[in-house]
Design a protein around this ligand. Structure first.
Ligand code: HAM
Length: 418
């Protein structure tokens, strides 16, 4: 049997790649002072019905549970975060800077870059209205992608302001109950034939395409780009009014991250959602908020397609998966000494393995190499001397058993913390 379409098994090699991605995500979020939180995988259906917008609601994995509750697997993290913050915010100094790495579920048509489950790094700032927060968040998004070995030649953050579009909707007297549909059409316009967009927009088509051609400018956007310039990150961002975002709750600055060559789907996206917390709060606490998410699927595809990023990942993954020391028992009587020593090596923090089946010596050495071990420690006739073979250079030394730890300390790349 296969996993469901759009779902993945993570065999050890892909699990190691996933861990590599998560470790970088945690590291960079930590550099910006973000702390990790999590929430439930299953939420009340209403949480999404009201707040995420039609597109995501159509993609929900929803069902009625045994207690007759209408529930859904989370398709994104932002409603959960807003729900938690609306209830718990009094405990925390503002602004909150929180990150999370949820697995999320959307019933989409599986294709390159889009599956039915994926992991996302979400970084959100709650309780700060200054555009400094928007710049800080975009800088973080840039640094998260840079951490994998990508440069300004590889990707760009396209920054926009939803207010360009909501102002136009007001000006053109579009009734508010049609705003979401119009914004979604504008958001999708890049991926649709022009005639289709024009048809859906009706009388709005002309001004919309004019704005596309003219581009947009505002003091707020200039301020953000200038802030990125001070950080040396201006090359990674550009103003682009075509970005609207598909989710319903965004209210201001919005952005998406794309590869420069345009080969992949969006890598990351986010923006301001200043009303969402108030909408989910019983006593209407109003807390401005902003955030973004970067998914593991497109990022993984980009890493594998990029020579430097791929080499960096493979090197880290290989080093983390390899055992360091392989214990070889060359004489059966030495089995006791071998496993007693092995336990002490593991206690000191070395990654150690041995043959459970007691294979022939030559095979034990082969296994040592296959497991990526740097050293083999050999227990044989010479006891209380042991052999230490450097599997990189082929050099072998005989060391007194009680000197073994001192000798291992001369290999600075091994991981012992003792
Ligand atoms: P989103 O744009 O829906 O935003 O998703 C963020 C990223 O998740 C996308 O750019 C993409 O890389 C990845 N992604 C989305 N759907 C799929 C899929 N079906 N398969 C693989 N990857 C996918 C949000 O989810 C917002 N909640 C982000 C946010 C956080 N806004 C404020 N805070």
């Amino acid at each position: 049997m296969q996993p469901l379409i759009g779902f993945r098994d993570f065999l050890p090699a892909s699990c190691a790649e996933r861990n590599y991605i998560f470790a970088k995500w945690r590291e960079i979020a930590g550099r910006y002072g973000f702390v990790e939180f999590d929430g439930p995988v299953l939420e009340e259906l209403d949480l999404y019905k009201k707040k995420s917008g039609d597109e995501i609601v159509r993609q929900l994995y929803e069902f009625v549970d045994k207690g007759e509750r209408a529930v859904a697997l989370r398709p994104e993290m932002t409603p959960t975060l807003a729900r938690i913050v609306a209830a718990e915010h009094r405990q925390f100094r503002k602004p909150l800077k929180w990150f999370s790495i949820p697995q999320v579920f959307r019933y989409e048509r599986p294709q390159r870059g889009r599956l039915r489950e994926h992991f996302q790094l979400n970084c959100d700032i709650v309780g700060e209205e200054s555009p400094e927060a928007d710049a800080e968040l975009i800088a973080l998004a840039i640094d998260v992608v840079r951490a994998f070995g990508f440069t300004a030649q590889d990707f760009v953050v396209r920054v926009s302001d939803r207010e360009f579009w909501t102002e136009l909707l007001k000006l053109e007297k579009v009734p508010p109950d049609r705003w979401e549909e119009m914004l979604q059409t504008i958001d999708k316009s890049e991926r649709e034939p022009r005639e289709k967009t024009e048809e859906r927009l009706g009388k709005l088509a002309k001004p919309v395409f004019e704005i596309f051609e003219k581009g947009g400018e505002s003091a707020k956007l200039n301020n953000i780009i200038e802030n990125l310039r001070l950080r040396g990150l201006a090359d990674f961002a550009k103003v682009d009014v075509r970005i609207v975002r598909g989710l319903a709750y965004y209210t201001g600055i919005v952005f998406e991250v794309f590869d420069r060559a345009g080969k992949f789907r969006a890598i990351a996206g986010g923006g301001r959602y200043d009303q969402l917390v108030a909408q989910l709060s019983d006593n209407a606490v109003s807390l401005p908020a902003l955030g973004f998410a970067i998914g593991d699927v497109v990022l993984g595809e980009m890493i594998r397609a990029h020579t430097t990023a791929r080499a960096q990942m493979e090197k880290t993954v290989a080093a983390e998966r390899a055992v360091e020391i392989y214990v070889v028992t060359a004489k059966e009587e030495q089995h006791g000494n071998a496993i007693a020593t092995m336990q002490r090596l593991r206690d000191r923090g070395y990654r150690v393995d041995y043959s459970l089946a007691g294979a022939k010596v030559a095979r034990q050495f082969r296994l040592a190499e296959q497991n990526g071990a740097r050293l083999a420690v050999v227990f044989g006739d010479e006891w209380p001397q042991v052999g230490v073979k450097d599997l990189e250079t082929g050099e072998q030394r005989s060391v007194a058993h009680e000197e073994l730890f001192a000798h291992l300390a001369t290999f600075p790349t091994l991981s012992s913390r003792a």
